[in-house]
Write a protein that binds this ligand. Structure first.
Ligand code: ADP
Ligand code: MG
Length: 138
C-alpha cells in the first residue's frame, strides 16, 4: 500500500478516512492503528467499522483486550494499551481474536507487532492543533 497522508478537521472526517481504508480490506487483514491518547484511533476504527457494516457503539474495550463486532465480516477491535508486554501472556491471546475470517484493528499494537500476521496497513494519527489530525496510512 503506497503511503498516504490525510489531514482532517473533525471526527467525521477521520471516520471517513477509516471508511475509505475499510473498502480495501478483506477478511484476514489486520490494520495497526497507532498514535497518542486522544489522537483519534478509535474514531478512525469506528468509521472503518461502519463501512464494514457494524452497527452499534464502537468504543475501545475497557476490561478485555478486544471485542468482536458485526458479522460478514466479523470485525475484531483490539486495544493493547494495558498489555504492557506480551511476556507471560498466553500466545493464543491474539489468535483468539485475529482469525482469517475477520478484519482486525489493533490500537496500541506495539507489544504485539512482531507476532501479528497479515498486516494490511499501518495507520498513524497525530494531533495537529485543535481538532486537526494528521493521518498517515502506509
Ligand atoms: P484514541 O482512540 O486515539 O484515544 P479517540 O478516537 O477515542 O482517540 O478520541 C479522539 C477524540 O478527539 C474524540 O473525543 C474526538 O471527538 C476528538 N476529535 C476532535 N477532532 C478530531 C479529528 N479530526 N479526528 C478524530 N478525533 C477528533
Ligand atoms: Mg482508543
Amino acid at each position: 500500500m503506497p503511503q498516504l497522508v490525510k489531514h482532517t478537521q473533525a471526527p467525521s472526517e477521520t471516520e471517513a478516512a477509516g471508511a475509505e481504508l475499510a473498502a480495501r480490506l478483506t477478511p484476514g487483514d489486520v490494520v495497526l492503528v497507532s498514535g497518542e491518547l486522544g489522537s483519534g484511533k478509535t474514531t478512525f476504527v469506528r468509521g472503518a467499522c461502519r463501512a464494514l457494516g457494524v452497527e452499534g457503539p464502537v468504543t475501545s474495550p475497557t476490561f478485555t483486550i478486544g471485542q468482536l463486532l458485526g458479522d460478514s465480516p466479523q470485525v475484531a477491535h483490539l486495544d493493547l494499551y494495558r498489555l504492557g508486554s506480551l511476556a507471560g501472556e498466553d500466545p493464543a491471546l491474539l489468535e483468539d481474536y485475529l482469525t482469517p475470517e475477520r478484519v482486525g484493528f489493533v490500537e496500541w499494537p506495539g507489544v504485539a507487532e512482531p507476532q501479528l500476521e497479515r498486516v494490511a496497513a499501518r495507520v498513524t494519527l497525530e494531533h495537529a492543533g485543535g481538532d486537526r489530525r494528521r493521518i498517515t496510512i502506509a
